[in-house]
Ligand binder design. Structure first.
Ligand SMILES: Cc1ncc(COP(=O)(O)O)c(C=O)c1O
Length: 498
């Protein structure tokens, strides 16, 4: 068949402007109606798969048909992360500036693996990461600074997720340690640290037996004395500590490891201290929430996810290394130079090639969305966003403290409130809290996730996590969430046997 009977494919069609307008209208409609929907999708397993044809279409379909299926098949099977009553997990912020920049990113269609494959892609990222490092109070040694690629500072890079940056940090740590036999390398994180440490160790060829889970103190933060003891024990057995991950804001309860005390211990051991502030890092744009960063100068690398709580659409995980030596370790660990990627700019040594800062080669122009967000909200707008959620969490904390039926299982951490029912008339606290959670899931108006907090019993304490941070959440939504928690408990009381 002749190809002439088909229109030539172009990057941009004449209909783009009109169609982009229709997509924008659909997004507006979606957000306007989001509050009328249950937070979680009611789709059953296989619903979407079954609703889609088994073959791709042979001939082009009209845009309207595709958009209709977005409305009829896709949207009903979404979990609405931007719903103001989405208070589960940690948030995944979206905002107009980030969406517009993402559209521009797609429109340009560039790929920024090397400086020369789009100088703007690389240099905007360098500059924006310097801005952000300053905004969250990272020391100057984490920034490129005026010298850019020739800096004696570290510098930052955007990756997809916090897990990828943990892996990059561990790869750099392993490289800095030297040698090819990693059987004696040991890595450390607290018992509350994110599972990405274990996954990174797996990917780095570090035996699971050599992943240490450092005990915590009462507040579920890493116990520095226990870390010191474990390091000493490993060293005396001929093993080599190469990597310690300290968490600022753990996933489960938002605990902060004391890096001021941990830092010197790690430095003395010659291991790489990585800071995982995936969620809490956004709050550091506000000076009053930076107390936990004392000791940050000991860190070799630092990560947080603007896509969690800083109004930047997924994916945007920012990662910095402290000082040129750490940058060199990271780059040397990742760098390969096949003939087809060689070019004069790279060889001049005057540019940053971000392909050497992470596992993937190709990369999107993600710096655009961070740039739009930082400029269109301004630092003051970002601080107001964070503070509003922390204030809502303080209000909720006060309600729980004033209500003898429930309690805070752990102290509030920024905008994360961990709540459980107290035991009542023969029903254990765990039975009641689990039943409340079941009731809320069935009801559908509020979405929460849970955790189990260690309390010295084999079972632990079943706990509801209220993670405030969705951009559309307002104080009255939190008041409604509190009413629903109370309604859930009253219903559980009335149906429980006790
Ligand atoms: C403290 C912490 N670290 C790491 C992660 C993993 O994040 P990502 O999905 O970006 O890999 C999370 C996820 O919530 C987290 O809370």
């Amino acid at each position: 068949m002749s190809t002439e009977s088909f229109p030539a494919a172009n990057a941009i069609s004449e209909c783009f402007e009109a169609q982009a307008g229709q997509v924008a209208a659909l997004i507006m409609k979606y957000h306007a109606s989001i509050e009328q929907r249950p937070v979680m999708s009611s789709a059953a397993p296989g619903d979407v798969f079954g609703a889609l044809p088994q073959h791709a279409p042979e001939t082009a379909e009209p845009f309207e048909n595709v958009l209709r299926d977005v409305e009829c098949i896709i949207i009903p099977a979404l979990t609405h992360w931007q719903h103001p009553m989405f208070l589960g997990y940690f948030p995944a912020n979206a905002s107009t500036p980030a969406m517009l920049a993402d559209l521009l990113c797609a429109g340009f269609g560039v790929q920024g693996m090397l400086w020369q494959t789009s100088p703007a892609c690389t240099e905007l990222e360098m500059r924006v990461l310097d801005w952000l490092a300053k905004l969250i109070g990272l020391p100057e040694s984490f920034r490129f600074g005026a010298a850019g690629a020739s800096s004696t500072g570290g510098g930052g890079v955007i990756q997809g997720t916090a897990s990828e940056t943990t892996l990059a940090a561990m790869v750099a740590a392993r490289y800095a340690h030297g040698g090819t036999d990693h059987s004696h390398c040991v890595v450390y994180g607290s018992t509350q640290a994110h599972s990405s440490i274990e996954k990174s160790a797996k990917l780095c060829g570090i035996a699971q037996d050599n992943v240490r889970h450092v005990p915590t103190t009462e507040n579920l933060a890493m116990n520095p004395a226990a870390l010191q003891e474990m390091i000493a024990h490993d060293q005396s057995a001929g093993r080599v500590p190469i990597f310690v991950c300290a968490t600022l804001g753990t996933t489960s309860t938002g605990a902060f490891d004391p890096i001021g005390t941990i830092g010197p211990i790690v430095t003395a051991s010659n291991a790489w201290l990585h800071i995982d502030a995936a969620w809490a890092g956004s709050a550091f744009v506000c000076e009053e929430f930076r107390g936990s960063m004392r000791g940050i100068e000991h860190a070799a690398s630092f990560n947080f996810n603007p896509h969690k709580w800083l109004l930047t659409n997924f994916d945007c995980s920012t990662f910095w290394v402290n000082g040129a030596a750490r940058r060199k370790a990271l780059i040397d660990a990742m760098s390969i130079a096949p003939e087809y990627l060689r070019n004069a700019a790279t060889e001049s040594g005057e540019v940053v090639d971000y392909r050497d800062w992470h596992a993937p080669l190709g990369r999107r122009f993600r710096a655009l969305k961070l740039w739009f967000v930082l400029r269109m909200f301004g630092a003051a707008g970002l601080r107001a966003h964070i503070r509003s959620h922390v204030e809502m969490a303080q209000w909720l904390e006060a309600q729980v403290n004033a209500d003898e039926r429930m309690e805070l299982v752990m102290p509030r951490s920024l905008a994360l409130v961990c709540i459980a029912a107290r035991a009542h008339r023969g029903n254990s606290a765990n039975e009641l809290t689990r039943a409340m959670h079941d009731w809320l899931r069935e009801d559908g108006r509020l979405f929460l996730t849970h955790t189990v907090v260690p309390d010295g019993t084999p079972e632990g304490r079943y706990t509801l996590r209220v993670a405030i941070g969705t951009p559309s959440t307002r104080q009255f939504h939190i008041a409604k969430a509190w009413d629903l928690l109370c309604e859930a408990l009253e219903n559980v009381y009335s149906t429980s046997a006790g």
